[in-house]
Design a protein around this ligand. Structure first.
Ligand SMILES: [Zn+2]
Length: 241
């Protein structure tokens, strides 16, 4: 597993812990190089945020430190959710020029050279527009990264070995990863997103240890087949084993 490198592309601060906290803690412990890209800073583009600017990114950094997964890279977009139809708000992730987002991700993929990339399934796990945008952009970027004629100014082509999409057990999945041994770490990381608990967001349900045990101790992924690598490609796909 020496050549394995893991990239997770998430939409908001807290998603890294909620959906992938177990695998991040596990592979960080195995010294797998890890990169987490969080596409928004968690501030709502429509101005409906409860937390002050900067709070959610600070919480994200704390969570990442707890997971042992290093510094996150936060892209310069706002949360498209919120009270109204935030999707069209200027500055929101969903209002971003798609090609610009893909280009950014291609550049990061070619620089970091991950063997395994993780993002959300085609439904965005539960339909949040930013999760859908992250899915679309990441799928496009993983394919584009391998193509020498696409974004030639964004680095040498890189073929990812495995693209895995966060999903839930009520949908078809290809990998169910038991992260029970890392559940406490995952919970501490999730808990670092204090402002989300303070405002009574959905994550508050996990304050009940039975709910945590039931819903957070397994992480589900569906596999998106990638084209067969052409040359000199990485071999280790972390979640395929
Ligand atoms: Zn999210």
């Amino acid at each position: 597993m020496t050549d394995a490198r893991l990239l997770c592309v998430h939409a908001h601060p807290d998603d890294e812990s909620l959906w992938t906290g177990g695998i991040l803690a596990r592979y960080a412990g195995e010294q797998v190089p890890i990169k987490v890209i969080t596409c928004t800073d968690g501030v709502r583009a429509d101005g409906s945020s409860v937390a002050a600017p900067g709070v959610r990114v600070a919480e994200l950094r704390k969570a990442m430190a707890i997971l042992g997964a290093g510094e996150p890279q936060v892209l310069d977009y706002r949360d498209s959710g919120g009270a109204g139809s935030g999707a069209a708000e200027p500055g929101s992730f969903c209002a971003a020029v798609f090609d610009e987002v893909v280009r950014t991700l291609v550049t990061e993929i070619r620089a970091f050279r991950p063997t395994t990339v993780v993002t959300y399934d085609a439904f965005g796990v539960y339909g949040h527009p930013d999760h859908l945008q992250a899915h679309r952009a990441t799928v496009a970027a993983v394919e584009a990264s391998a193509h020498p004629k696409l974004y030639p100014e964004s680095g040498q082509p890189w073929q990812v070995a495995g693209l895995w999409l966060v999903t839930t057990p009520d949908l078809p999945f290809d990998a169910a990863v038991d992260v029970g041994p890392w559940l406490d770490t995952k919970w501490q990381a999730l808990r670092a997103h204090e402002s989300e608990f303070d405002r009574g967001a959905g994550v508050s349900v996990f304050t009940d240890p039975r709910v945590r045990e039931q819903l957070l101790s397994t992480e589900y992924f569906s596999h998106r087949p990638a084209p067969r690598p052409r040359t000199g490609s990485p071999a280790t796909d972390l979640l395929a084993g």
